[in-house]
Design a protein. Structure first.
Length: 194
Protein backbone atom coordinates (compact mmCIF):
# COMPACT_ATOMS: atom_id res chain seq x y z
CA UNK A 1 0.00 0.00 0.00
CA UNK A 2 1.40 3.44 -0.85
CA UNK A 3 2.09 6.03 1.87
CA UNK A 4 -0.58 8.47 0.68
CA UNK A 5 -3.36 5.88 0.80
CA UNK A 6 -2.25 4.45 4.17
CA UNK A 7 -2.12 7.98 5.61
CA UNK A 8 -5.66 8.66 4.36
CA UNK A 9 -6.92 5.36 5.82
CA UNK A 10 -5.26 6.06 9.18
CA UNK A 11 -6.74 9.57 9.30
CA UNK A 12 -10.16 8.20 8.40
CA UNK A 13 -9.93 5.51 11.09
CA UNK A 14 -8.93 8.08 13.71
CA UNK A 15 -11.76 10.44 12.74
CA UNK A 16 -14.40 7.72 12.34
CA UNK A 17 -13.48 4.80 14.65
CA UNK A 18 -16.99 3.39 14.64
CA UNK A 19 -16.74 2.78 10.89
CA UNK A 20 -15.28 -0.67 11.60
CA UNK A 21 -17.72 -1.34 14.43
CA UNK A 22 -20.64 -2.60 12.30
CA UNK A 23 -22.15 -5.40 14.36
CA UNK A 24 -24.97 -6.59 12.08
CA UNK A 25 -22.99 -9.44 10.54
CA UNK A 26 -21.51 -10.76 13.77
CA UNK A 27 -22.95 -13.85 15.38
CA UNK A 28 -24.99 -13.33 18.51
CA UNK A 29 -23.16 -14.66 21.58
CA UNK A 30 -24.88 -17.46 23.49
CA UNK A 31 -27.18 -16.34 26.30
CA UNK A 32 -26.27 -12.61 26.42
CA UNK A 33 -27.52 -10.58 29.38
CA UNK A 34 -30.53 -8.64 28.18
CA UNK A 35 -33.03 -6.12 29.49
CA UNK A 36 -36.35 -5.54 27.75
CA UNK A 37 -38.93 -2.87 28.50
CA UNK A 38 -40.77 0.00 26.89
CA UNK A 39 -38.58 2.81 25.54
CA UNK A 40 -35.53 3.41 27.72
CA UNK A 41 -33.21 6.39 27.28
CA UNK A 42 -29.58 5.94 28.28
CA UNK A 43 -27.60 9.19 28.05
CA UNK A 44 -24.27 9.99 29.68
CA UNK A 45 -21.04 8.31 30.75
CA UNK A 46 -20.94 4.50 31.06
CA UNK A 47 -18.79 2.50 33.46
CA UNK A 48 -18.38 -1.21 34.03
CA UNK A 49 -17.01 -2.86 37.18
CA UNK A 50 -15.56 -6.31 36.64
CA UNK A 51 -14.34 -8.72 39.29
CA UNK A 52 -12.14 -10.95 37.20
CA UNK A 53 -9.13 -13.23 37.07
CA UNK A 54 -6.85 -14.20 34.21
CA UNK A 55 -4.38 -17.03 33.77
CA UNK A 56 -1.92 -14.58 32.16
CA UNK A 57 0.49 -11.93 33.50
CA UNK A 58 -1.51 -9.23 31.69
CA UNK A 59 -4.66 -8.99 29.58
CA UNK A 60 -7.18 -6.48 28.27
CA UNK A 61 -10.81 -6.14 29.29
CA UNK A 62 -13.16 -4.88 26.55
CA UNK A 63 -16.77 -4.02 27.38
CA UNK A 64 -19.23 -2.97 24.68
CA UNK A 65 -22.78 -1.55 24.93
CA UNK A 66 -24.93 -2.66 21.99
CA UNK A 67 -28.48 -1.88 20.87
CA UNK A 68 -29.98 -5.07 19.38
CA UNK A 69 -32.86 -4.34 17.00
CA UNK A 70 -35.85 -6.70 16.66
CA UNK A 71 -34.50 -8.00 13.32
CA UNK A 72 -31.22 -9.01 15.01
CA UNK A 73 -29.13 -6.08 13.74
CA UNK A 74 -26.71 -5.09 16.53
CA UNK A 75 -25.49 -1.47 16.69
CA UNK A 76 -22.38 -0.77 18.77
CA UNK A 77 -23.07 2.37 20.83
CA UNK A 78 -19.87 2.73 22.83
CA UNK A 79 -17.11 0.73 24.44
CA UNK A 80 -14.38 0.82 27.02
CA UNK A 81 -11.09 -0.98 27.42
CA UNK A 82 -8.67 -1.42 30.30
CA UNK A 83 -5.28 -3.10 30.22
CA UNK A 84 -5.18 -5.20 33.40
CA UNK A 85 -1.81 -3.99 34.64
CA UNK A 86 -2.87 -0.34 34.11
CA UNK A 87 -5.55 -0.60 36.78
CA UNK A 88 -5.10 1.60 39.84
CA UNK A 89 -5.97 -0.22 43.09
CA UNK A 90 -6.15 3.17 44.87
CA UNK A 91 -8.91 4.33 42.47
CA UNK A 92 -11.10 1.23 42.53
CA UNK A 93 -9.31 -0.39 39.59
CA UNK A 94 -9.62 2.61 37.22
CA UNK A 95 -7.08 3.36 34.47
CA UNK A 96 -3.64 4.69 35.45
CA UNK A 97 -0.83 4.15 32.93
CA UNK A 98 1.63 6.08 35.10
CA UNK A 99 1.88 3.30 37.68
CA UNK A 100 1.68 -0.29 36.44
CA UNK A 101 0.28 -2.93 38.79
CA UNK A 102 1.50 -6.52 38.77
CA UNK A 103 -1.08 -9.13 37.80
CA UNK A 104 -0.79 -12.46 39.60
CA UNK A 105 -2.32 -15.18 37.40
CA UNK A 106 -5.46 -16.65 38.97
CA UNK A 107 -5.96 -13.83 41.47
CA UNK A 108 -9.26 -11.91 41.36
CA UNK A 109 -8.92 -8.15 40.81
CA UNK A 110 -11.44 -5.35 40.55
CA UNK A 111 -11.40 -3.45 37.26
CA UNK A 112 -13.24 -0.18 36.62
CA UNK A 113 -13.69 0.30 32.89
CA UNK A 114 -14.64 3.85 31.94
CA UNK A 115 -16.04 3.98 28.43
CA UNK A 116 -14.17 6.15 25.92
CA UNK A 117 -17.14 8.33 25.18
CA UNK A 118 -20.56 8.89 26.65
CA UNK A 119 -23.63 7.70 24.79
CA UNK A 120 -27.08 9.00 24.06
CA UNK A 121 -29.52 6.37 22.88
CA UNK A 122 -33.17 5.49 23.21
CA UNK A 123 -33.67 1.74 23.28
CA UNK A 124 -37.03 1.47 21.54
CA UNK A 125 -39.70 -1.01 22.56
CA UNK A 126 -38.70 -4.42 21.22
CA UNK A 127 -34.97 -3.60 21.22
CA UNK A 128 -32.57 -5.32 23.61
CA UNK A 129 -29.52 -4.14 25.52
CA UNK A 130 -26.50 -6.34 24.98
CA UNK A 131 -23.27 -6.12 26.95
CA UNK A 132 -20.31 -7.90 25.38
CA UNK A 133 -17.13 -8.57 27.33
CA UNK A 134 -13.95 -9.86 25.71
CA UNK A 135 -10.22 -9.59 26.18
CA UNK A 136 -9.41 -8.38 22.69
CA UNK A 137 -10.80 -6.16 19.96
CA UNK A 138 -7.80 -6.34 17.64
CA UNK A 139 -7.20 -4.72 15.14
CA UNK A 140 -9.34 -1.82 16.39
CA UNK A 141 -7.24 -1.64 19.57
CA UNK A 142 -3.60 -2.58 20.07
CA UNK A 143 -3.28 -6.28 20.82
CA UNK A 144 -2.15 -7.53 24.20
CA UNK A 145 0.17 -10.56 24.09
CA UNK A 146 -0.83 -11.46 27.69
CA UNK A 147 2.84 -11.77 28.70
CA UNK A 148 3.18 -8.66 30.84
CA UNK A 149 5.94 -7.34 28.57
CA UNK A 150 6.52 -3.59 28.65
CA UNK A 151 6.86 -3.11 24.91
CA UNK A 152 4.37 -5.16 22.93
CA UNK A 153 5.69 -3.62 19.71
CA UNK A 154 8.93 -5.63 20.01
CA UNK A 155 7.49 -8.81 21.54
CA UNK A 156 6.67 -11.76 19.31
CA UNK A 157 5.66 -14.37 21.89
CA UNK A 158 2.02 -14.45 22.91
CA UNK A 159 0.07 -16.39 25.52
CA UNK A 160 -3.54 -17.59 25.33
CA UNK A 161 -5.34 -16.49 28.48
CA UNK A 162 -8.20 -18.14 30.34
CA UNK A 163 -10.50 -15.36 31.61
CA UNK A 164 -12.98 -15.66 34.48
CA UNK A 165 -15.51 -12.96 35.35
CA UNK A 166 -17.14 -13.30 38.75
CA UNK A 167 -20.76 -12.40 39.34
CA UNK A 168 -21.93 -13.20 42.85
CA UNK A 169 -22.80 -11.36 46.09
CA UNK A 170 -19.16 -10.95 47.11
CA UNK A 171 -17.96 -9.97 43.61
CA UNK A 172 -20.83 -8.15 41.84
CA UNK A 173 -19.58 -7.42 38.33
CA UNK A 174 -21.93 -4.90 36.71
CA UNK A 175 -22.35 -2.03 34.27
CA UNK A 176 -23.77 1.38 35.23
CA UNK A 177 -26.12 2.96 32.70
CA UNK A 178 -27.34 6.57 33.17
CA UNK A 179 -31.07 6.14 32.57
CA UNK A 180 -33.04 9.29 31.76
CA UNK A 181 -36.62 9.25 33.08
CA UNK A 182 -39.49 9.79 30.66
CA UNK A 183 -40.38 13.15 32.22
CA UNK A 184 -38.13 16.06 33.21
CA UNK A 185 -37.30 15.53 36.88
CA UNK A 186 -34.52 15.94 39.45
CA UNK A 187 -31.40 13.80 39.46
CA UNK A 188 -30.48 11.36 36.73
CA UNK A 189 -30.95 7.81 38.05
CA UNK A 190 -28.65 4.98 37.04
CA UNK A 191 -29.51 1.38 36.32
CA UNK A 192 -27.07 -1.41 37.05
CA UNK A 193 -27.31 -4.53 34.91
CA UNK A 194 -25.99 -7.52 36.78
Amino acid sequence: MNRGLSSILLTWLLLFPSAFAHRGLWAQPPDPGQYSAAELEVTGPITAKLHAATSARDTDWMVRLIDVHPDGYAALLCDGVLRARCRDPERGGAFNAAQLSEIVPGQVYEYLIEFWRATGNVFLAGHRIRIEISSSYYPLYLRNLNTGADNVGLETTQVTAQQTIYHDAARPSHIVLPVIPGQAAGDVPTTEIQ
